[in-house]
Design a binder for this molecule. Structure first.
Ligand code: NAD
Length: 355
């Protein structure tokens, strides 16, 4: 058996804990990558893995990603992630969530959890019956931080697209700027609505074609098929659906000046950022531009820990710093000839004391 520290995704994680609770049937992995900047924060994924090694890889890779994302968002939080290994039927019980809450509590605040794929707000409420180290709980009232992070993610991406358009195209308005949006769910739909308000020209695509069509009608936008959206001639391609779409073929087909969107892990491999740069396409590193959601989740948690309710204004003030951080990355990239994704990684590594 290969020791997991020989795994390519092991990156001197501070703690990797395997949790098994016989009574409830819970099996989970909690990975704390770094607490250099504060308690490690990152969601819990509930997923069925055919090969459990995939769960370990996800926990290691995603927790490191959270260290980078939280550091670049200017949050006093480290990076962590939990994965609950679902069985084939994906059975999730209150007892399992309670046992998971006990495991999080057992880490004494080194790891703060929230929703990720397969975990709902109601699940987090169940986890919160056993531990206070939870965020993403129902919003406490009008104007309070918390609740669905999607709109905050979308707002940060919108600000990031504006910054990219100013940087690359020299335009201080989005009027008439053509943006092709892949995925019109919580994030992509929110981005499209904000862009439309500024007079951007939009082309929308979603595998749920009726969702894209309804939004296109609402916004006066065009639609494209999911096969065609990446090759749509446009100023900005905004990926807001799947990861790993920027591979050799995907990048070769792009007909845009900028890639800026919220999907996680857009680059299929290290090296694809350089390929975008070689095509003179400005790339907004995904974990920098899509940090609005974690900013909301972290603000909610940090405020609650101080015995108060977080304010939406605090969240928006932090989200408003995203364009400045992107500009810093692009300037350094231009000055050094190093692609923007690598510049961002190096900045993040420095911030977490590993530069
Ligand atoms: P969502 O499920 O609300 O929306 C995703 C949309 O993409 C759906 O409408 C789906 O039909 C569509 N889609 C799936 N495959 C597609 C394809 N091949 N082509 C076109 N459309 C496709 O999810 P979301 O919350 O909007 O998240 C979108 C992306 O943003 C994900 O990668 C997610 O990890 C990332 N993200 C989300 C947040 C957040 O706050 N929700 C934060 C950071 C990153």
């Amino acid at each position: 058996m290969t020791a997991f520290w020989a795994e390519p995704d092991f990156d001197a994680h501070e703690l990797v804990q395997l949790v098994h609770d016989r009574a409830s049937g819970l099996t989970a992995i909690i990975a704390v990558h770094s607490t250099h900047l504060g308690p490690s924060a990152g969601g819990t994924r509930f997923w069925h893995y055919n090969d459990p090694a995939g769960a370990m890889r996800d926990a290691l890779r995603l927790s490191r990603g959270m260290s980078y994302k939280n550091a670049m968002a200017g949050l006093p939080m480290g990076g962590g992630k939990a994965v609950i290994l679902a069985d084939e039927q994906r059975i999730k019980t209150p007892e399992m969530l309670a046992a998971f809450g006990d495991a999080v509590e057992g880490l004494g605040g080194r790891y703060v959890t929230a929703e990720d794929v397969g975990i709902s707000e109601a699940d987090m409420v169940a986890v919160s019956s056993r531990t206070a180290h939870v965020s993403g709980l129902p919003v406490a009232g009008e104007g309070s931080a918390g609740g669905d992070p999607g709109p905050f993610t979308a707002y940060g991406i919108y600000l990031g697209i504006k910054a990219a358009v100013a940087h690359k195209l020299g335009k201080d308005s989005l009027a008439g700027v053509h943006v092709a949006v892949q995925g019109t769910g919580s994030v992509g739909g929110g981005v499209a609505r904000l862009l439309a308000k500024d007079g951007a020209k939009l082309t929308l695509a979603d595998i749920n074609a009726s969702r894209a069509a309804a939004l296109a009608q609402e916004l006066g936008a065009a639609t494209a098929s999911t096969d065609a959206i990446m090759e749509t001639p446009c100023d900005v391609f905004s990926p807001n659906a799947l990861g790993a779409i920027l591979d050799d073929a995907g990048i070769a087909g792009l007909d845009c000046a900028i890639v800026a969107g919220g999907a996680n892990n857009q680059l299929a491999r290290a090296g694809h950022g350089a390929l975008l740069a070689a095509r003179d396409i400005l790339y907004a590193p995904d974990y920098v531009i899509n940090a609005g959601g974690i900013i909301s989740v972290a603000t909610e948690y940090l405020a609650r820990n101080q015995g108060r309710i977080g304010d939406i204004a605090e969240v928006n003030a932090l989200v408003a710093q995203i364009p400045g951080r992107l500009e810093q990355i692009w300037q350094e990239s231009a000055a050094t000839g190093i692609s923007s994704d690598v510049v961002a990684d190096r900045m993040a590594q420095k911030l977490i004391g590993r530069g």
